[in-house]
Design a protein. Structure first.
Length: 236
């Protein structure tokens, strides 16, 4: 990159039916990253607010996909929105190699708060999945595989919003000590409505944890990813 102040654009899907709240939440996350990278200019834009992404995108920007997989939006929609503008693309949030350790730390804290330390428990990863292709499910499965040795007391299972096994089906095998982690970058209709309703349908009345993208340390993880991308990749 040049000696000019680096620019990063954190982008997420947002909520097409109600874009304001996710947009504001993403802006708050960007402000946290800005505090960690004072020499950068950190911007944010969801893809659901008309025109905002294009308005915030300038040549040479490091784009950070706040997504859980390199699926339809990261692989197809985002490149189309970027067009021919020179940019750098960071690793999507859900594929960051540092994410499993971040999640394990948050879950260890939660387990300690519940008095379950050293006891076996069930952990349901409630992920989006996709009817358009396998990448979303593959990302969740790969994440679970890396997470398992970091949480040796956890029996980790997966359930999906848009494909089998559904969250309701996966939740039916949960035992008394159980947690549900929504494997989403941002809170939205899926995490606030679909996931809790699926748990209730399975007879589980505990509230799911915060979405993965709201766990402590997320801003620091993004800051490190931006620095790594800026130092390793050429503008294209």
């Amino acid at each position: 990159m040049s000696n000019a102040r680096p620019i990063a654009l954190i982008t997420a899907h947002g909520q097409p039916s109600a874009p304001k709240s996710p947009e504001a939440a993403l802006a708050r996350l960007a402000a946290q990253v800005q505090d960690l990278l004072p020499d950068w200019q950190i911007r944010s834009a969801t893809l659901s607010t008309p025109g905002r992404f294009e308005a915030e995108l300038t040549p040479g920007t490091v784009i950070y996909p706040f997504f859980m997989a390199r699926g339809w939006f990261v692989g197809k929609v985002l490149p189309r929105r970027i067009g021919d503008i020179p940019h750098q693309m960071a690793c999507p949030f859900g594929l960051d190699p540092a994410l499993p350790a971040l999640v394990a730390s948050a879950l260890d804290h939660e387990i300690a708060q519940r008095g379950w330390t050293g006891q076996t428990y069930d952990l349901l990863l409630a992920a989006h999945g996709s009817a358009r292709g396998p990448k979303a499910a593959e990302a969740a499965e790969a994440f679970a595989k890396v997470l398992r040795p970091l949480l040796p007391c956890a029996r980790i299972t997966l359930g999906f919003v848009e494909q089998d096994p559904t969250i309701e089906t996966a939740a039916k095998i949960l035992r008394d000590r159980a947690l549900c982690l929504p494997f989403f970058a941002q809170a939205g209709d899926h995490s606030r409505t679909d996931v809790p309703q699926s748990l209730i349908a399975a007879g589980i009345h505990d509230t799911p944890l915060n979405v993965t993208g709201a766990l402590p340390g997320t801003a620091a993880l993004i800051a490190r990813a931006l620095q790594a991308c800026a130092g390793a990749a050429e503008i294209r």
